[in-house]
Design a protein around this ligand. Sequence first.
Ligand SMILES: [Zn+2]
Length: 91
Amino acid sequence: MRENDYCCPICKTDLDFYSRYPNYVCSRCALKVADEDGRALSFFNEGMHGGFVAVYTDTNERRDSHTCYIDGIKCYADEAYMGGIVVQVNT
Ligand SMILES: [Zn+2]
């Protein structure tokens, strides 16, 4: 597989390939994350130095899980190595 021969597993948008995140989704799909019941989720870094926080977008209630769904496809969200959040399809 060529280094740049990668696309978003959800919407097939062309993306750069990162070996650290072999199944990551594009930023547009990452905005559509929801829980198993379809409730919208938002992910944040815990603070300046990373960490991972998941909350329900409507209530800001914390969710103690990295699991999320995009268009019904099970995904896993975590803090990215260089900061920010990365969402990957579960394999
Ligand atoms: Zn996408």
